[in-house]
Design a protein. Structure first.
Lengths: 110, 114
């Protein structure tokens, strides 16, 4: 089976750094994705990791450890507009559809 | 701009009245997906197409059907909507090329069943 776990909710302060963790158990692995989803809107792609290590893209970074089945999304210099749900998703093999976690609802407060 | 388009953005239907949601894409992607997402839950895959090859998830109810008449368009038909089918329906696409596996989502259609 496929299982993806991430915290349900987090709160952080504007200007701070926050790390959102994701652990997964899947029958195979061919990439981990992070998406941002504002309330009532579609998910938008943030990052993709298929090899171990850190991928940096502006204020957002994503880390992967395949041996531990673990990833995190790091958001720096938080802004109010970063308040959203962050979805972790895994592709088990080839070009099979993504399996999503339930998302972490991040609230950025002043 | 290349994109995934869903119409309508909001759809209200009556209990048991068939409804069709549409999705179109200008990305020329081979793969198209339909997801159902209820409040505070993960998107749940209903089915997907590799080109014309249809793939149904085992737990997708028979009430849900799909059509893909060409590369650009895909439809979701709900034959007899129930109250439990009220949700956001997300269409997504991806190319079938190694190294470009990202899925791109449309804005979604929010379905309300009265």
């Amino acid at each position: 089976g496929q299982n993806i776990d991430q915290p349900t909710e987090m709160t952080a302060t504007e200007g701070a750094i926050v790390q959102i963790n994701c652990t997964y158990q899947t029958s195979g692995f061919n990439g981990l994705f992070w998406y941002q989803q504002h309330a009532g809107e579609a998910p938008t792609f943030l990052s993709y990791n298929v090899l171990d290590g850190l991928e940096e893209k502006g204020r957002f970074s994503s880390f992967l450890s395949r041996s531990k089945g673990y990833s995190y999304l790091l958001l720096k210099e938080l802004q109010m507009k970063d308040s959203a749900s962050y979805l972790c998703a895994v592709r088990a093999s080839g070009n099979t559809p993504l399996v999503f976690g339930k998302g972490t609802r991040l609230s950025v407060i002043a | 701009d290349a994109m995934v388009i869903q119409n309508p953005r909001y759809q209200v239907t009556q209990f048991g009245k068939p409804v069709t949601l549409s999705c179109s894409q200008t990305l020329n992607h081979n793969v198209m997906y339909w997801y159902q997402q209820k409040s505070s839950q993960a998107p749940k895959l209903l089915f997907h197409y590799y080109d014309k090859d249809f793939n149904n998830e085992a737990d997708t109810p028979d009430n849900f059907q799909s059509r893909r008449p060409n590369t650009s368009f895909c439809f979701l038909d709900i034959r007899s909507p129930g109250l439990g089918d009220a949700a956001m329906y997300l269409c997504a696409t991806s190319p079938r090329r190694r190294g470009e596996e990202t899925q791109y989502f449309g804005p979604g259609t929010r379905l309300l069943v009265l």
